[in-house]
Design a protein around this ligand. Structure first.
Ligand SMILES: Cc1cc2nc3c(=O)[nH]c(=O)nc-3n(C[C@H](O)[C@H](O)[C@H](O)COP(=O)(O)OP(=O)(O)OC[C@H]3O[C@@H](n4cnc5c(N)ncnc54)[C@H](O)[C@@H]3O)c2cc1C
Length: 402
């Protein structure tokens, strides 16, 4: 693997860097920095999506034939790295990175022409209805039933931990269409309009006080048959494809590296409680250096996966490795941030949002204000998209062949 950039790629990186310098709105950057939850609120995420859409860069992972940029894997990586380096908020991924590839890979022509432009324009905002009470790690045991009646399905059941269902217009969902066959074979992938009668959304507040996830109830919800993606019974294959993208569809290292830089810079101004600066303290330096080495190692693994993708291979089960490493590092870095601010890092402001004119005033600094809430919310990293134990099992079986 050659990690030197070609002159073309270096020019591309410079173009992206210049664009971000001129077009990343300050309020979007500040909103992202002051958001403790894993996903930024749609007013921040969609505002940033709109800037990129205008530039024609929002579908940066999509093929050109479907309205994307058609960029190479290394260009996509450079774009993500530059966005992280500029302090841009995470993109609103559910439609853009999870559903869209499913639509252009498994969808009908009519589904592609209907849904893909609406994801880019922000007209549709999607959430992911996979997990159910009792069916998380063992996703294939899901019980939400979709019974075909003529030209529609009647759906009954409940989805849980559904991120941003309270903002979403639609939910891509795994449903059971056949209970007589092997459990994986009876699952289908269905798009549900959340404005349909029979849908209700109940909030679940995180330990930090954020409203990010929900439970969604589906009672006799009528869903047209044309909302089925792929064949009936193909849902498990589609889910595995989507989960590989969810686990490995992003480069985590550049964002982790940016956050670590911020912490390192702030430590130069924080007292160590003994008359010196935290940045000069031996134990602190060791912690930061150890974390930095792990982030750099993660970046090398991510680059290796990208070079595989560039050779035309699927991301594959190694994405479980990057998901696992990135989740642990995210938690380590968020703990460093809490420790950085001393007692001020323990404040837990529960008013939201923490950005904008009406944000509650911070003790010490905005960084300190968000630290504890972010630390608590990032516990979710080792759970969502498959827990650490589930990723370890995938690595053991599919990567190491144990
Ligand atoms: C903040 C957040 C956002 C989320 N967003 C979404 C979303 O938008 N859409 C969605 O569909 N889901 C979402 N999820 C759900 C997430 O995917 C599930 O929580 C996750 O898959 C774990 O399932 P569970 O909660 O049922 O836990 P369980 O599966 O019950 O696991 C409980 C514990 O048992 C362990 N365990 C389970 N099975 C095994 C095994 N075979 N071997 C070893 N250990 C095992 C787990 O690792 C875990 O520690 C979200 C979760 C969180 C926390």
């Amino acid at each position: 693997m050659d990690i030197e950039l070609s002159p073309q790629d270096a020019a591309f990186r410079d173009e992206v860097r210049a664009f971000l310098q001129d077009h990343l709105p300050e309020e979007v950057k500040a909103g992202g920095a002051a958001t403790p939850s894993v996903f930024v609120e749609p007013e921040i995420g969609q505002a940033w999506n709109a800037v990129l859409h205008k530039q024609g860069w929002l579908g940066y992972q999509w093929p050109a034939a479907h309205g994307g940029t058609g960029w190479t894997p290394i260009q996509r990586y450079l774009f993500e790295k530059e966005c992280a380096r500029a302090g841009a908020p995470n993109l609103t991924v559910l439609g853009l990175k999870l559903l869209a590839p499913v639509i252009y890979t498994f969808g009908t022509e009519q589904q592609k022409s209907h849904y893909l432009p609406r994801i880019l324009s922000g007209e549709d905002y999607w959430c992911q209805g996979f997990s159910e009470p009792g069916s998380g790690s063992d996703l294939a045991s899901l019980k939400t039933r979709a019974v075909r009646q003529g030209d529609h399905y009647v759906v009954n059941g409940s989805k849980i931990w559904t991120t941003h269902a309270h903002h979403a217009t639609g939910m891509f969902t795994l449903v059971r269409t056949n209970a007589e066959v092997k459990k994986q074979a009876g699952i289908s992938f269905l798009l549900i309009d959340l404005a349909s009668p029979g849908v209700s959304v109940r909030p679940i507040l995180t330990t930090a006080g954020d409203h990010e996830v929900n439970q969604v109830f589906l009672e006799d919800v009528i869903v047209p048959v044309e909302n089925l993606v792929g064949e009936e019974g193909q849902g498990w294959t589609i889910a595995k494809f989507l989960l590989e993208n969810e686990r490995g569809g992003s480069c985590h290292a550049p964002k982790l590296s940016y956050d670590l830089d911020q912490i390192e810079q702030a430590a130069a101004h924080e007292s160590d409680g003994r008359g010196g600066k935290l940045a000069a303290q031996k134990d602190w330096k060791r912690r930061v250096a150890t974390t930095r080495l792990s982030v750099n190692a993660l970046e090398m693994i991510e680059l290796k996966i990208i070079s595989e993708i560039a050779k035309g291979r699927a991301p594959g089960p190694q994405t479980s490795l990057t998901k696992l490493l990135a989740s642990n590092l995210r938690q380590e870095i968020d703990l460093l941030a809490v420790d950085l601010y001393g007692p001020a890092g323990l404040q837990l402001e529960t008013d939201r949002p923490l950005y904008g004119d009406n944000a509650p005033s911070a003790v010490h600094s905005k960084g300190a204000q968000v630290a504890s809430a972010r630390y608590l919310n990032s516990r979710a990293w080792t759970i969502f998209g498959g827990t650490n134990e589930v990723q370890s099992t995938i690595i053991a079986k599919s990567v190491l062949g144990l």
